[in-house]
Design a protein around this ligand. Structure first.
Ligand code: URA
Length: 202
C-alpha cells in the first residue's frame, strides 16, 4: 500500500456525507519519506477548489514558514488534514465525519513514519494528542512544547502550534508562531548535526 493508493481510495470515498458537498477530495501531498508531517483540520475553499492542502492564504503562510524557517520545500514534507473533504462553509467537523475519515490520516502517518508530527491548530492537536495518548489541555497551553510519543512502536515527536489562519486574524501571534517553527527547525537540526541522537532509530 502506497500513499498514492490511499489517495486513490480517498477519491472514491463515501464514508460520510461530505463527499456530496465537496468539489474535490484533498488527500494530502508531499514526500513519502518526509521527516515532518503537518496536520491541519480540513480543506478550506481554495483547497476544495484545487484538491490540494493549504493552498489558500493560510497555506501561503505555512509554505513561507516551511521554506524560510525550516529551510525545506513543500515537497520535502507531507501536508494533510484530519478531514479529506471540505465541510460546507468551513463549519467544524462533526464527530461522525472524524470517525469516518481519520483512518486515512492514520494510515498515511503509519506509512510515512515521520520523526515529527506538527499539529496546526486546536482541532488537529486535539485529534493527534488523543490518538497518541498525550494529555491535551488546550492549544495555548500545549503549543510550542515538544512531546515524545509512540506510534506503532516507533518514537515520534509531536508539537502543536496555532493554525496559520489564526495568525492571519491575529497578527500579534505571528512571533509565537514563528518561534514554534524555530523549535521544529532545531528538532530537525539535532538529527543532522548530532549522529549520537539516535533515539529516533528503532
Ligand atoms: N485549513 C486547514 O486546516 N487545512 C487546509 O488544508 C487549509 C486550511
Amino acid at each position: 500500500m502506497s500513499l498514492d493508493e490511499i489517495a486513490r481510495e480517498i477519491s472514491n470515498c463515501r464514508k460520510c456525507q461530505l463527499w456530496s458537498t465537496k468539489t474535490r477530495y484533498v488527500p494530502g501531498e508531499g514526500s513519502d519519506k518526509a521527516e515532518v508531517v503537518f496536520v491541519g483540520e480540513a480543506p478550506g475553499r481554495e483547497e476544495d477548489r484545487q484538491g490540494r492542502p493549504f493552498v489558500g492564504n493560510a497555506g501561503k503562510l505555512l509554505t513561507e514558514m516551511i521554506e524560510k524557517v525550516l529551510g525545506l520545500s513543500r515537497k520535502d514534507v507531507f501536508i494533510a488534514n484530519v478531514l479529506k473533504c471540505r465541510p460546507p462553509n468551513n463549519r467544524d467537523p462533526l464527530p461522525e465525519e472524524i470517525d469516518a475519515c481519520s483512518p486515512y490520516l492514520i494510515r498515511q502517518l503509519e506509512m510515512i513514519q515521520p520523526r515529527i508530527i506538527v499539529c496546526l491548530g486546536r482541532f488537529s492537536a486535539n485529534f493527534i494528542f488523543e490518538l497518541l495518548n498525550i494529555p491535551f489541555s488546550g492549544i495555548s497551553k500545549v503549543r510550542g512544547k515538544v512531546f515524545d510519543a509512540e506510534m506503532n512502536g516507533r518514537k515520534v515527536k509531536v508539537i502543536a502550534t496555532y493554525h496559520p489562519a489564526a495568525i492571519l486574524y491575529k497578527p500579534q501571534l505571528r512571533e509565537i508562531f514563528e518561534g514554534d517553527f524555530r523549535t521544529i527547525a532545531s528538532l530537525l537540526k539535532d538529527r543532522k548535526t548530532n549522529p549520537t541522537l539516535l533515539d529516533f532509530v528503532d
